[in-house]
Design a protein around this ligand. Structure first.
Ligand SMILES: O=C(O)CCC(=O)C(=O)O
Ligand SMILES: [Fe+2]
Length: 334
């Protein structure tokens, strides 16, 4: 576990950017969140790659439709996630987050550099090689492990398709990122994250100064985000417009998978593909105050993959070391 002892280096440019993004800002509803149709992928790959690239360099967030994951599968994963979070706290506490390994359960432990306050959520991370005894037992939650590992695999497949398009556009061979996210290796560190943002209690609905998720960029290459209809709050601010701090909502659509580029791919692409700020705001008075559930798949290159861009914009760094630095700056001791 050498990576876990790497000294923390707060000079990462990604972190410096993040500390400036905690303000409320204003609303901009004119940006287009493009929808990319993945149907007939093999035959349409070049066209799809062009569309993904355009959407990624413009707003940085886009949505995948006809992605091939059955909607029933997605609903099933959400049902399981809700059942997990409904377990008594004493059960969930048996599976505490191992933060250097992105595995396990935490509640209100993630403090974003942008806000300095804990996100109002609980989350459960699944990172294949590190689950050990971190899965709930079959008595506590029948079928959970099988369902979630199956969903993780399906998400990985979609992520690898999208990344093969970016590899093609960047001049790498098509399987470049698939090799860097190899599920068969112990250095695999892509993560499926189940998220539950707490319902807002009636007595605090008029003083909502905390964030469900403070403004941040993701640490990975690519994020797939599943949202539930009616449970909004996600907002994005494109990096090139950071100073204006104008935020655009991405309303949930059960049919679509929302995607964004993360910091690893930004580095790997010599900053051509922007990793954009996003956040989850609390509901405003009069809006739905119930819980919000979402599921994210973070395609994070294997620990031993070296992030080295063709143009040498950033010094080379292993994906393991990169992730450790970001995690260390994000979680209070656990
Ligand atoms: O729950 C969401 O909509 C966003 C989650 C997110 O941005 C994250 O966990 O990195
Ligand atoms: Fe995120």
């Amino acid at each position: 576990m050498t990576a876990a002892t790497t000294p923390v280096d707060y000079d990462l440019t990604e972190l410096q950017r993040e500390t400036r993004m905690g303000a409320m800002g204003s609303l901009n509803t004119t940006r287009e969140i493009r929808r990319i149709d993945l149907s007939n992928f093999d035959a349409r790959k070049v066209e799809i790659a062009d569309q993904l690239w355009e959407a990624a360099i413009d707003v940085g967030f886009f949505q995948l439709v006809n992605h091939g994951i059955d909607l029933g599968e997605i609903r099933g994963a959400f049902d399981m996630a809700e059942r997990f979070f409904a377990l008594p706290e004493s059960v969930k506490r048996q599976y505490p987050l191992k933060k250097a390994l992105n595995a396990g359960w935490e509640s209100r432990a993630q403090v974003r550099p942008s806000t300095g306050t804990p996100d109002q959520k609980e989350s459960y991370q699944i990172t294949r090689p590190h689950m050990g005894d971190l899965f709930p037992s079959d008595q506590e939650l029948p079928g959970f492990v099988e369902k979630m590992l199956g969903f993780e695999r399906q998400s990985w497949e979609i992520a690898m398709r999208v990344l093969s398009c970016f590899a093609y556009k960047l001049g790498f061979d098509d399987a470049f990122f698939t090799r860097a996210h190899d599920q068969g290796k112990p250095s695999y560190q892509s993560t499926l994250r189940l998220l539950h943002y707490y319902a807002i209690p009636a007595d605090v609905q008029d003083k909502l100064d905390l964030w469900r998720a403070g403004a941040h960029t993701d640490f990975d290459c690519l994020t797939l985000l599943y949202q539930r209809q009616g449970q909004g709050g996600l907002e994005v601010c494109p990096g090139k417009e950071m100073d204006a701090q104008e935020w655009t909502p991405i309303p949930p659509d059960g049919d679509a998978i929302t995607c964004n580029i993360g910091d690893m791919l930004m580095r790997w692409s010599d900053d051509q593909l922007p990793s954009n700020f996003h956040r989850v705001k609390n509901p405003l008075p009069g809006e739905y105050m119930g819980p919000r559930y979402s599921i994210a798949f973070f395609a994070q290159a294997n620990r031993d993959a070296i992030i080295e861009s063709p143009g040498k914009t950033h010094p080379p760094i292993t994906a393991g070391e990169f992730l450790n630095q970001r995690v260390a700056a994000n979680f209070k001791a656990y």
